[in-house]
Ligand binder design. Structure first.
Ligand code: SF4
Length: 353
């Protein structure tokens, strides 16, 4: 069977075939990914009403691609109090948000109690809101700085009210690229081990991949296949989120940025290769809303959410600082020929528009 026949027959593809997919033309790839997407969800496109909270930008790490951390190029150092965090969550809930997405930097002065106490305070004030919080990189930081095991940190998160884990900190799993772009941060194997532990508690998480910087196509395929392997074992990932690298205000020297065609191919290939991860998310914050809408025809079935406010990607040039109003979000999805479906954080359908 050649590659096209395998694609048509839904045969699971390996590493070499994954790399070969990039050589196919965009239309062939798009059709194959769209077939899979349609079979799973028809014309539905999922989104949720959420609010990102980034409680501190003080970080002990020095990732070259980062524009958010105060230890890199961001001059505005801040750490929120628990009251400030709860106030934001309360306002978000009043504005219709069902989820807070709480991720931040690795602040060596804040302490474990500051991180966990924030979740307990949100939970006490808003018993029904979904708390998605702490990337594997943050969990690794908290474990190392408090001399705790990953199991202990994960159990404490659950006790403190965290419902699910975001997929950040994965960047690119290839060890050499990782050493160059984010030396000292959670390793690839640690990232995978932490998600395995989280899944073993019956909890869900997402997985990201930062692409479009100094990595190659081969590195992206390797990244996807490492995730597919863990998903075969645990089934705990809800969504895969390819994040397009944002180029402003950081220390990573990148000479060539991915074209729209390369970005769409990456969405399509992820839909084809990750046959065991239910959702492919076009995170509009990093791809732009225009390309995210187009990605719906290249395998993506989820456009993330309204966000309301975002500090990490917008520091690096993304047009996401103030999110998107719900009406506009729905209008854009509908106008692109898809059916907007509001979901909760675990992909239960809440309403169709
Ligand atoms: S990407 Fe995260 S861990 Fe790395 S420097 Fe920025 S805030 Fe710190």
């Amino acid at each position: 069977m050649d590659l096209i026949e395998k694609l048509q027959n839904g045969v699971r593809l390996g590493y070499e075939e994954g790399v070969e997919l990039y050589e196919l033309d965009l239309v062939t790839l798009g059709e194959a990914a769209d077939r899979i997407r349609k079979k799973l969800y028809g014309k539905k496109s999922f989104f949720n009403i959420n609010r990102h909270i980034n409680p501190t930008n003080v970080c002990k790490d020095i990732c070259k691609f980062c524009a958010y951390s105060a230890s890199r190029k961001n001059p505005n150092r801040y750490t929120m109090s628990h009251d400030e965090i709860v106030d934001i969550a309360r306002q978000a809930w009043s504005a219709g948000a069902k989820e807070v997405h709480v991720v931040s930097a690795h602040n060596p002065d804040a302490g474990l109690e500051w991180y966990m106490g924030a979740f307990r305070c949100i939970r006490k004030e808003l018993p029904e809101i979904h708390i998605k919080a702490l990337t594997a990189a943050e969990i690794n930081f908290l474990a190392e700085s408090n001399n705790m095991s990953y199991d202990e940190v994960v159990d404490l998160m659950i006790e403190s009210g965290v419902d699910s884990m975001p997929g950040g900190g994965a960047e690119i799993f290839d060890e050499k690229i990782r050493e160059y772009i984010c030396k000292g941060k959670v390793t690839s194997q640690q990232w995978i081990d932490i998600h395995r532990i989280w899944h073993s508690r019956g909890r869900k998480s997402n997985a990201t991949m930062l692409f479009g910087h100094i990595e190659s196509r081969e590195h992206r395929i390797d990244h996807m296949l490492r995730l597919r392997k863990l998903q075969d074992e645990t089934g705990g990932f809800n969504a895969f989120i390819p994040l397009v690298y944002q180029k402003e205000n950081n220390f990573l020297r990148v000479s060539e940025f991915p074209t729209a065609q390369e970005i769409l191919k990456t969405y399509a290939i992820s839909r084809i290769l990750l046959d065991n991860i239910p959702h492919i998310k076009a995170y509009w914050v990093t791809s732009s809303i225009g390309l995210a809408l187009l990605a719906q025809e290249f395998g993506a079935d989820d456009l993330d959410g309204t966000i309301q406010k975002e500090s990490i990607q917008s520091a690096a040039g993304a047009d996401s600082a103030n999110g998107l109003p719900m009406e506009e979000f729905v209008h854009l999805i509908r106008n692109s020929g898809f059916v907007p479906v509001e979901r909760d954080s675990l992909y239960n359908e809440l309403s169709r528009y």
